[in-house]
Write a protein that binds this ligand. Structure first.
Ligand code: ZN
Ligand code: ZN
Ligand code: ZN
Length: 144
């Protein structure tokens, strides 16, 4: 049984590495289904939680409260810019944020501060597509 879990975890890890940007367990499960792996959704959830716990994957909450995962290229503490439309992610450093977090923690007498800061927005491609859709919609409306 342990052997089988390891095999499934490897497949989940590979699928996560192939995915572009942050993905939900459901999205990854759908990818694995297409590859006919027979891995269940509960196993995908467990594998992702395990990868996040060992630092092999980044996890964060979408603005809708859904857990999203990504195989991270950067080790150690860092932040993300995430496209809320396509899930594309950019890993960023935020020295200002590190200093600010340390300072406000110290000012309030808190020790060992940790923080999670991720920025959600529309990537350049999605923003361009969105603008184009608006133009198309206006044209369609004008024709009526
Ligand atoms: Zn990351
Ligand atoms: Zn995008
Ligand atoms: Zn930070």
């Amino acid at each position: 049984m342990a052997q089988r879990n390891t095999w499934q975890r490897e497949r989940v890890r590979d699928a996560l590495a192939d995915a572009e940007g942050f993905v939900s367990a459901q999205t990854l499960h759908a990818d694995l289904r297409q590859a006919n792996t027979g891995i269940g959704l509960a196993t995908v959830y467990r594998a992702l939680a395990g990868l996040a716990a060992t630092g092999e994957a980044d996890s964060l909450q979408s603005p809708e409260g859904e857990a999203l995962y990504r195989a991270c290229r950067t080790q150690g503490h860092h932040h993300h810019l995430i496209c809320r439309s396509c899930g594309r992610a950019v890993e960023i450093e935020a020295k200002d944020v590190e200093q600010w977090a340390q300072r406000v923690a110290a000012q309030n007498g808190f020790r060992d501060p940790e923080h999670v800061v991720d920025i959600f927005g529309l990537c350049a491609d999605c923003a361009r597509r969105r603008d184009q859709e608006d133009v198309d919609a206006e044209r369609a409306g004008a024709d009526e």
